[in-house]
Design a protein. Structure first.
Length: 207
């Protein structure tokens, strides 16, 4: 997993409330188990019309926001089903940070597991950041995870809270597998001791 330390990027505003995981990535695209290739169908029904043409009024179709790395979302973002394809699609598009007044719990956890930083801030602060996004290509926010601050285009710093363990995992690029891999020396030591003391057990290899 790619570490998240600092990020300076374009922020796109999607302030609608209760955007669920089916809007983030519709169910018909869930046949794959790959984490790549889903970005083109991110927000599919919002980005494209029935003929497959882009909807020009959707924020991520607008030239200033096609390469947004930060999403300013509305309340209860990521509600609905627990599909992990939702953060996969966001990450594949290029979104590394989502800022919202609230998130659905499972989606919130899945973001951390896939290298996306979800930040919860009061609604009035989110609204101010969404105003910043009207600056278009100049609407660059900086996220400093180590210091736990967001730096607005005017230089103002906004502090945010994040769980210490999840912060550690993001800073070091550790997903669930990465956390386990850190324990390989201890696992090898345990298996060596088990093999030496239980050589009579079927399936236990000695040496």
């Amino acid at each position: 997993m790619q570490p998240f330390t600092t990020l300076t990027g374009i922020a796109a505003s999607l302030p609608e409330q209760n955007i669920d995981t089916d809007k983030i990535i519709p169910a018909r695209f869930l046949k794959t188990i790959k984490r790549t290739g889903l970005g083109k169908n991110l927000f599919d029904t919002l980005r494209y019309d029935e003929s497959g043409a882009e909807r020009p009024d959707f924020v991520l179709n607008q030239p200033a926001f096609r390469h947004a790395e930060i999403l300013l979302a509305g309340e209860n973002f990521g509600c609905g089903s627990s599909r992990e394809h939702a953060p996969w699609a966001l990450l594949d598009f290029g979104i590394r940070c989502i800022i919202a007044p609230s998130f659905a719990d499972i989606f919130h956890g899945n973001c951390f597991k896939n290298g996306i930083l979800p930040i919860v801030l009061p609604a009035d602060i989110c609204a101010a950041l969404q105003d910043d996004a009207t600056l278009g290509g100049n609407a660059r926010l900086s996220i400093d995870l180590s210091r736990q601050v967001i730096i607005r285009p005017n230089g103002e710093e906004i502090a945010f809270e994040v769980d210490e363990f999840r912060k550690h995992c993001l800073l070091n690029g550790l997903d669930d597998i990465g956390q386990t891999m850190q324990l390989i020396p201890a696992i090898d030591h345990y298996e060596a001791r088990l093999a030496a003391s239980h050589d009579w057990m079927p399936g236990v290899m000695v040496g």
